[in-house]
Design a protein around this ligand. Structure first.
Ligand code: SDX
Length: 429
């Protein structure tokens, strides 16, 4: 017996019975499509805090329990046992690959890592000090210009090829942005390396001497990429889906996702956390900044804290916090910011303001400390996030093309502007 709710307009006395749609996990969702015709109303939900925009089988989050599942597998199990491309396969195909499937997938991704040489000259057009995320938005969007032979969005083979091309080429473009910013020549991808080692090699190999990727660094990046790969209908994934719903090509969709991720309220927070920690400077200054974060008249917020969905610990933040100690120790890196971040977390979580609002560290709070220890500059942190999240973006983009009731996204509004009025000629104004 399917569940329903009745919505009643108390003024008119009219009511309508609405179905409650239930997925495999999580709360039911009231299907409101009959509401306008039945009662003449829309619904209002600023920021879509209580609104399901689509059906999806990719990732499940329980914000109260601090649960994060990729295709049903707990994030901590994947983080401790899988490779990033193994997780990428899982998110795209829905099942963990066997050895042959993983080897074939790794080979396929490795053989799409190159970009057209014109991409390099395109990058040269940017100032050396352009923010890498500005470059990523432009360059990734431009990739569609090189693949117009395979942009028929109705062809599943071409959709999958575009998804593989994006996963494969994001590290190449990202490393190119970094090398442009330091005035070094690009390093071409080495197909014999694994995904994370290949990126680190493209970023840090020195043209004048041989370079060996540190396996500790590659493992740390592998784990960070798994934790950042997908996160249900976050702002950037919702952006990719909205752009994808118009039939736009996947390079344009991912470029829009990169732009959305760049915001400091979203993926740009990892860069903002490092700047905040440097501004705080020492543990003695923490109480002053906590007060500022609580002051409604002060725009300062505790970056890396709070989450729309998690009202318990972000499981990714807990894993990264543990990882910080291990990676810094293995790399022999001392970073006072780690102690400062932990002191900040402790003080904040003992403060009524944060406890009452269930504000905990999120995925961005500690990740920058590890990126720093790997030698990645602060302005590349969100680029790292974008590389990993490209897997989630393209998985959702592929999914929306095979979902029956997928339609072009077109929300409504509460109009608050002037009511009807006539034009006044300029000499009468
Ligand atoms: C990511 O959606 C995802 O899944 C995103 C992500 C992913 O993997 O894709 O998890 C990645 O984007 C993580 C979030 C990174 N952003 C930051 O760390 C920036 C700092 N955090 C905040 O800006 C904020 O917490 C958000 C944006 C993350 C969530 O904002 P919400 O859900 O709109 O919450 P809100 O702004 O309504 O805050 C509720 C209350 C408010 O106070 P009151 O009006 O109730 O008095 O909490 C306060 C806010 O002022 N608050 C904070 C705060 N975050 C919320 N106060 C101080 N510092 C903060 N960080």
């Amino acid at each position: 017996m399917s569940k329903t709710v009745t919505v009643r307009d108390n003024d008119s006395g009219k009511s309508v019975e609405l179905p409650v749609l239930v997925g495999s996990l999580g709360p039911g969702c009231i299907d409101i499509k009959q509401l306008p015709a039945a009662l003449g109303n829309f619904t209002y939900d600023s920021g879509f805090a209580a609104t399901a925009a689509c059906k999806s089988a990719i990732t499940y989050i329980d914000g109260n329990e601090g649960t994060l599942l990729y295709r049903g597998y707990p994030i901590d199990q994947l983080a401790s046992s899988a490779s990033f491309l193994e997780v990428a396969y899982l998110l795209l195909e829905g099942e963990l690959p066997n050895k042959e499937q993983l080897a074939a997938f790794e080979y396929e991704v490795a053989h799409h890592t190159m970009v057209h040489e014109s991409v390099r000259t395109f990058m040269d057009g940017f100032n050396y000090d352009s923010h890498p995320m500005a470059m990523m938005c432009g360059v990734v969007g431009s990739l569609s210009g090189f693949y117009h032979d395979a942009l028929n969005m109705k062809d599943p083979k071409q959709r999958r090829l575009a998804a593989i091309r994006l996963i494969a080429k994001m590290p190449t473009v990202a490393a190119g942005c970094y090398r442009h910013s330091i005035g070094w020549p690009v390093t071409y991808p080495k197909n014999k390396l694994d995904y994370c080692s290949r990126l680190l090699n493209m970023m840090f190999s020195v043209p004048a001497e041989s370079y060996e990727v540190d396996p500790v660094a590659a493992r740390a990046l592998n784990l960070l990429f798994i934790l950042h790969a997908d996160h249900e209908q976050n702002a950037s994934t919702s952006t990719v889906r909205l752009v994808g719903s118009t039939g736009a090509n996947p390079y344009a969709c991912v470029s829009a996702g990169i732009a959305a991720l760049w915001g400091p309220a979203h993926g740009g927070a990892n860069e903002a956390v490092l700047k905040m920690l440097d501004e705080i400077g020492s543990v003695e200054n923490v109480p002053k900044f906590i007060d500022r974060a609580k002051d409604k008249d002060d725009p300062f917020r505790l970056m890396g804290f709070g989450h729309r969905v998690y009202k318990n610990h972000d499981p990714r933040a807990s894993i990264i916090r543990e990882m910080c100690h291990e990676v810094l120790e293995k790399l022999g890196v001392e970073d006072p910011r780690l102690d400062l971040a932990m002191a900040l977390e402790k003080i904040a979580l003992e403060d009524e303001y944060f406890v009452k609002r269930k504000l905990y560290p999120n995925v961005d709070f500690y990740s920058g400390i590890i990126y720093k220890a790997l030698g990645i500059p602060t302005n590349m942190f969100t680029v790292m996030f974008a590389i990993a999240r490209t897997v989630g973006w393209v998985a959702h983009w592929l999914e929306q093309h095979v979902t029956e009731d997928a339609r072009i996204g077109r929300p409504r509004q509460i109009y608050t502007g002037p009511t009807l009025r006539d034009y006044v000629p300029i000499d009468k104004r």
